[in-house]
Design a protein around this ligand. Structure first.
Ligand SMILES: [Zn+2]
Length: 212
């Protein structure tokens, strides 16, 4: 289940440090606005500014799951009086979100990857984070982020497929509490560390070599 992390928690502090914004994090009241598509915070804020004035404030929304804490590049609306509101429509309703302003990537037209930290010390979760990052890199590296449809060639397409599938498998595997000593997710009955771990490391290295 996804929750809003506590500002004072140590892991929240670590993630904020990683983000490295010059601004302080704060809770922002949620007040969904009917004028935007669900989950499209930038679009909703743009619509609201056009309709009622105020301004957009880009930054990061922080979310905590069972396995990791993550920061999503996000946008809130600031009304004429300077009050901040989270106005995106979401399936999960929260009274407030944890938000840190950061306009360094705003207006570049590029997609911004989520930043994720392992909530525990299970290396399987680290591999899961790597899998998310590899999918993002293959889809959004450089100018690719501005293209409307994804066109990957042979090796990249194969790696994209590999990590998309892996992501799902590792999520399930990690949620069940598997560690590297557990029987591998592939069903081989060998422990993960002497089965798929090596394969995953090689694939990660390939992505980083292709998409620096
Ligand atoms: Zn395996």
């Amino acid at each position: 289940m996804v929750t809003v992390p506590r500002l004072e928690a140590r892991i929240t502090r670590s993630l904020l440090e990683r983000i490295g914004s010059a601004s302080n994090a704060e809770y922002v009241v949620t007040q969904a606005w009917s004028g935007g598509r669900p989950n499209e915070c930038f679009e909703a804020v743009e619509g609201r500014v056009a309709a009622e004035g105020g301004r957009a404030l880009a930054g990061w929304a922080l979310w905590k799951g069972e396995l990791l804490i993550e920061a999503e590049y996000y946008c809130v609306w600031v009304d004429e009086g300077g009050r901040k509101f989270d106005i995106a429509q979401r399936e999960l309703a929260f009274d407030r979100i944890l938000f840190v302003p950061d306009d360094r990537s705003h207006g570049t037209g590029l997609q911004v990857n989520n930043l994720r930290l392992n909530l525990g010390s299970n290396p399987v979760v680290d591999y899961l984070i790597e899998a998310y990052d590899c999918v993002f890199l293959l889809e959004n590296a450089g100018e690719r982020a501005k293209e409307s449809s994804l066109s990957l060639d042979g090796m990249e397409a194969a790696l994209h497929h590999y990590f998309t599938m892996l992501k799902g498998k590792l999520e399930l595997y990690a949620y069940r509490g598997a560690s590297p000593d557990s029987p591998c997710f592939c069903g081989s009955r060998k422990p993960f560390h002497s089965c798929h771990q090596d394969d995953i490391c090689k694939a990660i290295a390939k992505v980083h070599a292709l998409v620096p």
